[in-house]
Write a protein that binds this ligand. Structure first.
Ligand code: TRP
Ligand code: CA
Ligand code: ZN
Length: 344
């Protein structure tokens, strides 16, 4: 008999997948989630994400204490991330640009497969300021999307959409790398990008849980994830347009993202909501103490898991593509005498 067991599915994943289908103009079907074969995202290991942060800290320490644009610690950070992605089967490319008289680098990593006309992107800036190692800003986002990319490879994930990850250079000089990427994309390529997810500072030591208020489907995907954890969220307001999603948004790409707060002070209402203290979300923002000690593990773990959830949900693929007929259960299947399966 040829009856396949359906893959594990979450209700949240299925609903969001249907919603993004609407966003991108793909028609949503009336099939139940199980029949649609939407695979659930894996749990992202906090230990693995923190190991990436330890490695980025070591790179900074070995290169004068920072990973800033134009400094040796930046290129070493790029080489570190690229090697992991190459080993995992990504197609990587380094895009170079010049800013303030120094060469800058964006790292672009494509996961082979998916619909080339429907691209889902996630990005984080990999540069730090020159005054510190930049572990929360933005080792945190960089490490979370790196571990998510590696999880895609480990799962043998076959998304419906094409997945592309990006690590931006020279964000701290004014979104230089991401602007360069968007401005140099041919219009036809730009229009294939159906969503861009940005992760800049997602492990702040006195965290809030902020979701960008941009594309409604992307926003809802993140909000649903945190609602499932029972963690309240707020709309991100600490400087909209201050990170790498801004050039994409300006170009008409649907954007979204997560943030745990920078130099702004947590209000007493937010302390009641999230715990912590009525001080800056990140008292080490842009300073030398933005080290591996400047991370809240719970925030980093929740946000890393939210990254994977959004990537899986919004790209709506399957881990093991069905071969032959697939049935959601045996109750509505009958096997005629000739052995050919028929659905009711
Ligand atoms: N992008 C800023 C930096 O790297 C940090 C920041 C401030 C931010 N406000 C934000 C990031 C809002 C995301 C969203 O210095
Ligand atoms: Ca986790
Ligand atoms: Zn940043």
């Amino acid at each position: 008999m040829n009856i396949s067991v359906p893959r594990r599915v979450t209700a949240v994943a299925a609903l969001a997948a249907l919603a993004l289908g609407g966003l991108t103009g793909t028609s949503a079907t009336a099939r139940p989630a199980e029949a649609a074969g939407v695979a659930a995202a894996p749990d992202i290991s906090l230990t693995a994400v923190k190991q990436h942060l330890t490695d980025l800290q070591s790179i900074a320490t070995a290169n004068g204490g920072n990973r800033a644009h134009g400094r040796t610690g930046y290129k070493a950070s790029i080489d570190f991330v690229k090697a992991k992605l190459d080993a995992a089967g990504y197609t990587t490319s380094l895009q170079t640009f010049t800013s303030s008289g120094a060469t800058g680098y964006n790292l672009i990593a494509d996961w082979p497969g998916g619909d080339p006309n429907q691209v889902l992107m996630a990005g984080s800036h990999l540069d730090s300021v020159s005054s510190g190692p930049g572990i929360n800003d933005n080792g945190s986002g960089s490490a979370a999307i790196l571990e998510t990319a590696l999880a895609v490879s480990r799962a043998g994930y076959q998304p419906s959409k094409h997945l592309r990850f990006a690590w931006w250079g020279a964000e701290e000089l004014g979104l230089v790398g991401s602007k360069y990427y968007v401005n140099n994309l041919p219009t036809t390529e730009r229009s294939k990008i159906k969503g861009y997810l940005n992760f800049d500072m997602i492990g702040s030591p006195n965290p809030g849980y902020f979701v960008y208020d941009d594309d409604p489907t992307i926003e809802q995907t993140f909000k649903s994830y945190f609602a499932g954890l029972g963690v309240p969220t707020e709309i991100e307001t600490e400087g909209d347009g201050r990170s790498d999603h801004a050039p994409f948004k300006s170009a008409g790409v649907p954007v979204g993202g997560l943030f745990t707060g920078a130099s702004r002070v947590k209000t007493s209402a937010q302390v009641t909501k999230w715990g912590g203290t009525a001080t800056a979300f990140d008292r080490c923002y842009h300073s030398s103490c933005d080290t591996t000690s400047n991370i809240n593990d719970t925030a980093l773990d929740r946000n890393s898991d939210a990254v994977a959830h959004a990537i899986w949900t919004l790209s709506a693929g399957s881990t093991n593509p069905p071969t032959g007929k697939v049935f959601e259960n045996t109750a509505d299947v009958s096997i005629p005498d000739n052995g050919a399966a028929v659905t009711s």
